[in-house]
Design a protein. Structure first.
Lengths: 112, 506
């Protein structure tokens, strides 16, 4: 339950939820002016769920079955709030932020 | 026509949410603050500097004080000073019928402390589940409201048709009602696991208050035995009625500590000075979700170990795990931050729901709002902005009331209620949009003045930088909200339609 393991959780959850958000017509349109193609949407959805699953795995490995799920749910809430904030105030920042979250996750994994 | 299932649930959600909303908003806000109870207590006792004291020595010091001041007590409790509370707290019962009594001692000397009298973070903590009322009544109100809130949560999930497709959606550019509904949905859905967990486990912690009959009928007036059989507290040993010399406490504590890896938290001396006296060493909870404390019980005169407590039976383990999950003592700084955020989201869900009720029933322009709507608007103002104003005033009172004042700790609480009551009366008297702006600005100023007043009245430098930063963040958020309200002119297309009319009237 070290800060770096929570950071890893947050980064993975954020990247995953951003992908899920971009897979949705309404939000994709707000950012790129067009709806995602069916293949894009499927790929984004797949990547999104992978991120969330990876976040869960990281939580359970680093924080045990006792605290892991608690930490995972907490990080999902925190990350989702960030996605909602970005998508309604700074929609264009979502993609770079989600991409930046990946190396951040790698760095946090290295520290944790 | 018979309303459908979803309509019925929407009705239930609306009214269950409204009747419990005000109480639960206060419970959520003070509960969220309680995640930082130790930090708040620390800030409220600025004279206190941490001094390392051996736990055994501290217990001896507390017992020495009690020997002089409470020689006839049936039980003594000495809590060991901790890093986050470097004071020696002693408690005692003169008899089982009288309320518990308490004194706070200096950990280094064992004499009554000269630190300013304050309830610290415990004030907000007790408000969280007792509303600072008579304990029985307060717990009943909070427990019953929490039960109804659980109903509101469940019916809210059914009512919300588009949980997944609106998961990330917050539309600010449509109507006011749409914006408030989206805010209510987003804050509710994003932290839904937390909302369900915290409400349910909160009800569980009050289970013995809400449903005492199981224990009452099974144990017939001997409720203490329930906790003994559940493995949560040692059996009570009646006094022998003849005095006897007890062994020194420090060596007993050291022997108990040798068996347990967690630090010592408290020593309990039952029937002090009696031949049948017992000494209980209580330790902090081990790492884990469950909220339980290992204990070692000694015979005070011989030093023989009578009992050991550590592992719990399954039902008690589940109960204490729920308790642990609710209190989150296990959470490190980062996870604690997330719990705090979830608590804020819970408060926001309730606040936006209350506002939404009033916004959805707003009369047409020019029409006079009815009594019910004015009442709800007034109560919304008085609660959503009144409570923060009360909390800020409470913090300011801690710094501004004279240190040597009589009943000082009580006065701090009085300032909290006075400031809140004043704000609530202003809200009820003027339930208008303008009042949101003015009271929001007042609350923001109060929070922003807390670090300033603290810096002028204490000399702790940057010791409380975290607390000060939190006050500034809350103040700025309130200021931003007040500005938003004052600049809000309704959605763009409505504005275009009404502008000529406004011009015509002018």
């Amino acid at each position: 339950m070290t800060p770096s393991s929570v950071l890893l959780n947050l980064a993975l959850s954020f990247a995953g939820l951003s992908a899920l958000c971009l897979a949705m017509d309404r939000h994709h349109r707000a950012i790129f002016r067009v709806a995602p193609s069916r293949r894009q949407a499927r790929a984004l959805r797949g990547a999104g769920w992978c991120g969330i699953a990876a976040s869960f795995a990281a939580a359970v490995i680093l924080a045990d079955w006792n605290f892991g799920p608690v930490q995972w749910l907490g990080s999902l809430t925190g990350a989702a709030l960030l996605v909602v904030g970005l998508v309604s105030y700074r929609p264009r920042w979502i993609r770079p932020a989600a991409l930046a979250a990946l190396p951040l996750a790698a760095a946090a994994a290295f520290l944790a | 026509m018979k309303p459908g299932f979803r309509q019925s649930m929407a009705w239930l959600h609306t009214w269950a949410g409204l009747v419990t909303g005000w109480v639960m908003f206060c419970v959520f806000v003070t509960g969220t603050a309680t995640y930082y109870r130790a930090d708040i207590s620390h800030w409220m006792r600025p004279e206190l500097q941490a001094a390392a004291v051996e736990p055994g020595v501290a217990v001896e010091r507390g017992a020495a004080y009690l020997k002089v001041h409470a020689p006839k007590a049936v039980a003594w409790f000495v809590s060991v000073p901790q890093a986050e509370r470097p004071l020696l707290d002693v408690y005692w019962f003169d008899s089982f019928e009288t309320p518990i009594r308490q004194a706070t001692l200096d950990a280094g000397t064992g004499a009554p402390t000269t630190v300013r009298a304050t309830q610290g973070g415990d004030f907000l903590y007790r408000f969280h589940y007792e509303l600072q009322m008579m304990p029985g009544l307060g717990r009943w109100i909070v427990g019953a409201s929490a039960l109804v809130l659980l109903v509101a949560l469940m019916s809210g999930i059914v009512t919300h048709r588009r949980i997944f497709s609106d998961f990330f959606t917050f539309r600010r550019d449509k109507s006011a009602q749409r914006g408030w509904l989206d805010a209510h949905n987003v804050t509710g859905v994003l932290a839904l696991p937390f909302h369900l967990m915290i409400t349910y486990t909160g009800i569980v912690t009050l289970a013995f208050t809400l449903m005492p009959w199981g224990i009452t009928s099974a144990y017939r007036g001997d409720e203490l035995r329930f906790f003994v059989e559940a493995g949560q507290s040692p059996a009570w040993r009646a006094a022998a009625g003849r005095p006897a010399d007890a062994l020194p406490l420090a060596p007993l504590m050291a022997r108990a500590q040798a068996e347990v890896s967690e630090p010592l938290e408290m020593a309990i001396i039952n029937n002090p000075g009696d031949a049948a006296s017992t000494v209980v060493a209580v330790f902090e909870e081990p790492k884990g979700l469950a909220h339980r404390h290992p204990q070692v019980v000694f015979e005070a005169t011989s030093g023989a170990v009578i009992a050991r407590f550590g592992t719990l039976k399954p039902a008690a383990h589940v109960f204490t795990s729920f308790l642990g999950l609710h209190e989150a003592h296990f959470a490190g700084p980062a996870l604690r931050g997330l719990f705090f955020l979830c608590g804020l989201l819970g408060s926001a869900t309730i606040a936006t729901g209350l506002v939404l009720w009033a916004v959805a029933r707003a009369p047409k322009a020019g029409a006079v709002p009815g009594f019910a709507l004015s009442l709800v608007r007034g109560l919304n103002l008085g609660t959503i902005l009144g409570l923060p104003i009360g909390i800020a005033a409470f913090f300011l009172a801690n710094r501004l009331l004279p240190v040597a004042m009589n009943e000082r700790a009580t006065w701090e609480g009085a300032v909290f209620f006075a400031a809140w009551g004043l704000a609530a009366m202003v809200g009820l008297a003027r339930p208008y949009a303008r009042t949101w702006r003015e009271m929001g600005a007042a609350a923001a100023l109060l929070f922003l003045s807390v670090p300033l007043v603290s810096a002028l009245t204490t000399d702790r430098g940057l010791d409380f930088a975290g607390f000060d930063a939190a006050m500034i963040a809350i103040g700025l958020t309130l200021a931003w909200g007040a500005r938003k309200v004052s600049h809000y002119r309704g959605p763009a297309r409505l504005r275009a339609a009404t502008a000529p009319e406004a011009l015509a009237r002018a």
